[in-house]
Design a protein around this ligand. Sequence first.
Ligand SMILES: NC(=O)c1ccc[n+]([C@@H]2O[C@H](COP(=O)([O-])OP(=O)(O)OC[C@H]3O[C@@H](n4cnc5c(N)ncnc54)[C@H](OP(=O)(O)O)[C@@H]3O)[C@@H](O)[C@H]2O)c1
Length: 440
Amino acid sequence: MTLDGSTGKRRESIGIGLLGLGTVGSGVAKVLTEEADRLAEIATMPMTLRLVLVRDLTKTRDYSVAPDLLTSDVETVFADPDIDIVVELIGGVEEAYDYICRAISQGKHVATANKDVMARHGAEILSLAREKGVHVLFEASVGAGIPIIGPLTRDLAVNDVRSISGIINGTTNYILTKMAKEGVDFADVLSEAQSLGYAESDPTNDVEGIDASYKLAILATLAFRTKVADTDVYHEGITKLTARDFRYAQELGYAIKLLALGRKENGGVQVRVHPALVPSDSMIAKVDGVLNAVEVDTDLAGRVLFHGRGAGALPTTSAVVSDVLQIAQRIVGGVRPHSADSGGDESIVRPMTDLETRYYLRMTVAERPGVLAQITKVFGDRQISIASIVHKEIDYDDLKAEIVIITNLAREASVQDAISQLEQLEVVIEVGNMIRVEDL
Ligand SMILES: NC(=O)c1ccc[n+]([C@@H]2O[C@H](COP(=O)([O-])OP(=O)(O)OC[C@H]3O[C@@H](n4cnc5c(N)ncnc54)[C@H](OP(=O)(O)O)[C@@H]3O)[C@@H](O)[C@H]2O)c1
């Protein structure tokens, strides 16, 4: 028998209520059931799956739990005094948020894989958890099986994190890898990714960078110990990238990746998700397919890299069960929640217009004398210096050419202003794309 240091309850085993028995829930139920002895040994106390919430009690599932464990009434989970840990795996936002808060209010600890809820309501959830003295862990919400939240809140807690950068959406990385390797356009790869199940039928959240912005909000909150909401994160998707951008980037020694970047800057933080040119020989350029990677740059530990599969039933199960185990160990050890588990004070999120980086611009222009002088004047007038300007393709029949410009360090506001001005020039037929260059 032990006393829960957080809630003061006496217990001989740790009861678990599982909300959801879908892709991840089935994996979690299987491991909790089939590995019960090993888990009990690690937790130093048996862990018992007591109830499993689903919508449809009659559905055939990847993993069948004992029928008497299934319920479609969430109230039975909240009402069971022997459920100590609620594992939220139903997905979505409002209902999941409500269930998490209700579990916490009942003095139950929570493990969740829900990035949408943690990005939108993480601050309120963690504050309620602190007030009620319970643990809320959410390792699987970013990078699935890749341990990143635990390291940020525990192993690297003594460090000052200067930046986090990485690839945290497998669907878009799969699409970009295909575009780079096969020289094909976005729309063609997207339909193939959908038929293979790597992209959803409505891919908006992934391809517009929204999913990555949720995950970055969670990571930035923990890394910089400051509140970063999903709406604070600037995001731009991958839909405007063309096969030509990949070809030109490769010729210039770069790969194109959808990057999530968080940096401490000028007393605030900058948080952004957008496609970026990264040097071909950089570590991040070599992260291909559905893999994810996050690099954390710190004052003491230096640069630390986390790399692996960022989605899927098994990696996500690994992270969720690990959270359940951690909570069980904390219950047994009488460990109370500590502030490193949650976000800190309000942050100053730097506006995107303040960003200073290098830029790639692809544009179609008239092929005649004096055109480059007009274009370079637009940049010069805004104090933007050009590192290189290359004629990529000349169409002698239609008298037009495609040029690629790489700038030196410039301010985002100036570059956006230059693009607006370039679009007004009679000699500029189209500004095809602007991609930021990150020398990671
Ligand atoms: N799949 C991944 O690779 C992955 C990776 C990282 C994080 N996650 C996160 O893990 C969570 C679960 O994802 P998933 O892929 O396992 O989802 P899923 O396959 O759609 O499963 C959802 C489960 O929740 C149940 N459910 C949903 N709403 C419910 C409600 N209102 N009341 C009762 N039961 C309800 C469903 O019941 P029925 O089966 O009866 O319909 C189903 O069993 C999500 O937050 C997701 O973002 C998933």
